[in-house]
Design a protein around this ligand. Structure first.
Ligand SMILES: [Zn+2]
Length: 451
C-alpha cells in the first residue's frame, strides 16, 4: 500500500543537514523532494492497445470518499484482437457494453474484455463502475475537497501506460456551488437542479497519468500572459498572498517556452494549494499547503513552482516511453528548475543547486547505491529516486559543461521540438543531442547514463 508523503524539505536553512548516510552538508540548502512522486512498479504492457479517447462522467461523493462513473472509451487494436485488458485498480465494474463486447471479467486490478471477431480495428465501449479510491483520488471531508494524484486507474478505467496517449473529456457532477479545476479547457457548468455538471475537455493527447481534477471551494487569483490564463487557488490564502506565492509563474512559463522552442500548449495553467502532495497534471498542478511559507521566507525558493511547470513540456508532452526512462521526465524537471533559477537569480544560485545535486550523487556513490539512469524495471525507493531526480539533473549539468552553453541549449530545443507529443527513450535524447551539436556522445552516455 502506497503511503509516501512527498515532502518538501525544500531548501531548509539550518547550518547542518544530513543525508541518509549521515553525511553533513554544511551551509548549503538541501533539497530532498520527489515531487511528482511515482511509486508504481511496471504495469504489464499491452502493446496492441491504442486508446484514442476517454469520455468520463464522474460523480464524486466527498463525505463517502467514493465515486460513481460512466466511461466511453474509443480504442484501436490490431484486426482479429480477441481480448483487451484495461487497468481498473480496485474499481467495481457494474457493466460493459458496446457492439463488439462479448464478455468482461475483473481479474485482479485488470478489466479483461473479450471482443467479438469483427473486421474492425476501432472499437467503442461504455464502462459503468463505482469505487472507493484509496490513493489516486484523495478526499478531505473536513474541508469538502478532493483532488487526484497520479494513479489515474484508481478513479478511471484506462490503459495506464505512459506511451498510450489519448484525448480526455471530463464531466464532473458536483453539488451546486462547488468549483472544479481539471485537465484541458473548461466548457462551462450546466445547471442540473441541486447539482451542477462541470464540463472539461482536452482535445490533444497525453498519457492517462497526466489527467486529473481538483474540487472544492477556493479563493482564486488570475493573471494573463499572452493567450494563457494563469489561475492560482487556495482555501487559506487571499488573492494577494496567492499572487505572491506564484509571482514567478509567468516568467517561468516564458523561460521554458524559450528553452524548449515550444509554446505552452493549453489556454490555461492552474496551480492549487491543497493537501500534502506535489503533482503535475495536464494543465494544472497541485502543490502542498506547506509550500507557501518557504516562498514567503525567501522569494527565490520557487523550485516546486518551476519543477511542476517544467513537466508541462518534459513529462506531459515529451514523455518517457516506459518508467525505465523516467529520468527523462524527472531529471529534466529538476534541471530546468535550476536553469530558471540561474536565469532569474544568477549563476551563484544555479551553482548552489548543482552542488546539492552533486552531494546527493556523491552520497549515492559512497554508499554503493549509484546506478545507471536507465532502469530495466523501475523500483520506487529513496535511493532510486535520488538517482533519477538528482544524479540525473547533475548529469544534465555535466552534459552542458561538455557541450558548452550554446550547443547544449540548441540540442535541448531540437530534442524537445522533435519529440513534442511523443514518447521518448534515452537513446532518442542522445541521438537528438548528437545530431543537433555534431558531437559524438558515446563516451559521455556510457560513463554517466548507461553504466
Ligand atoms: Zn517531477
Amino acid at each position: 500500500m502506497y503511503n509516501i508523503v512527498s515532502k518538501i524539505i525544500a531548501f531548509q536553512r539550518p547550518t547542518t543537514l544530513y543525508i541518509r548516510s549521515q553525511m553533513p552538508i554544511n551551509k548549503i540548502r538541501l533539497l530532498i523532494l520527489w515531487s511528482c512522486f511515482l511509486t508504481i512498479t511496471a504495469y504489464a504492457q499491452d502493446t496492441e492497445l491504442d486508446v484514442l479517447s476517454y469520455k468520463l462522467t464522474i460523480e464524486p461523493n466527498i463525505q463517502n470518499q467514493s465515486i460513481e462513473a460512466s466511461l466511453l472509451i474509443q480504442f484501436e487494436v490490431a484486426d482479429g484482437t480477441e481480448k483487451i485488458a484495461l487497468d481498473a485498480s480496485n474499481l467495481e465494474i457494474d457493466g460493459v457494453s458496446g457492439t463488439s463486447v462479448l464478455s468482461y471479467n475483473k481479474v485482479g486490478s485488470k478489466l479483461v474484455i473479450e471482443l467479438s471477431p469483427q473486421n474492425q480495428t476501432q472499437h467503442e465501449l461504455t464502462i459503468e463502475y463505482h469505487g472507493k479510491p484509496k490513493r489516486g483520488l484523495l478526499f478531505n471531508p473536513d474541508l469538502n475537497q478532493a483532488h487526484t494524484v497520479y494513479f489515474t486507474d484508481q478513479w478511471m478505467v484506462c490503459n495506464n501506460q505512459p506511451s498510450d496517449r489519448a484525448t480526455f473529456f471530463l464531466n464532473i457532477i458536483l453539488p451546486k456551488g462547488m468549483q472544479s479545476i481539471a485537465s484541458g479547457s473548461s466548457l462551462g457548468v450546466e445547471d442540473k437542479g441541486e447539482k451542477a455538471l462541470h464540463k472539461w475537455h482536452q482535445d490533444y493527447e497525453t498519457p492517462p497519468y497526466t489527467y486529473g481534477f481538483v474540487i472544492g471551494s477556493f479563493t482564486e487569483a488570475t493573471e494573463q500572459i499572452g493567450d494563457v490564463k494563469l489561475h492560482y487557488y487556495s482555501s487559506e490564502l487571499d488573492e494577494y498572498k496567492l499572487k505572491e506565492v506564484f509571482t514567478e509563474t509567468a516568467n517561468i512559463l516564458e523561460f521554458f517556452e524559450q528553452k524548449s522552442g515550444l509554446e505552452y500548449v493549453q489556454d490555461s495553467y492552474s496551480q492549487i494549494l491543497i493537501g500534502d502532495n506535489y503533482q503535475e497534471m495536464s494543465g494544472l498542478s497541485v502543490l502542498a499547503k506547506a509550500y507557501p511559507p518557504f516562498v514567503f521566507k525567501d522569494s527565490s525558493e520557487i523550485h516546486l513552482t518551476s519543477h511542476e511547470l517544467a513537466h508541462q513540456w518534459w513529462g506531459n508532452m515529451i514523455t518517457c516511453e516506459d518508467f525505465g526512462h523516467f529520468w527523462l521526465n524527472e531529471a529534466f524537471a529538476v534541471y530546468m528548475s535550476s536553469a530558471f533559477s540561474e536565469h532569474k537569480f544568477g549563476l551563484k544560485k544555479y551553482q548552489s543547486d548543482i552542488a546539492i545535486y552533486k552531494n546527493i550523487y556523491d552520497d549515492l556513490v559512497k554508499r554503493g547505491k549509484d546506478r545507471p539512469l536507465i532502469f530495466k524495471e523501475w523500483r520506487p525507493s529513496r535511493d532510486n529516486r535520488n538517482v533519477i531526480y538528482y544524479k540525473g539533473a547533475y548529469v544534465l549539468h555535466l552534459l552542458r559543461e561538455e557541450l558548452g552553453d550554446e550547443a547544449f541549449w540548441k540540442g535541448i530545443r531540437s530534442y524537445s521540438t522533435r519529440y513534442f507529443g511523443k514518447s521518448v527513450k534515452t537513446e532518442d535524447f542522445k541521438l537528438a543531442m548528437e545530431k543537433a551539436t555534431s558531437t559524438n556522445l558515446d563516451d559521455f552516455f556510457d560513463t554517466w547514463v548507461y553504466k
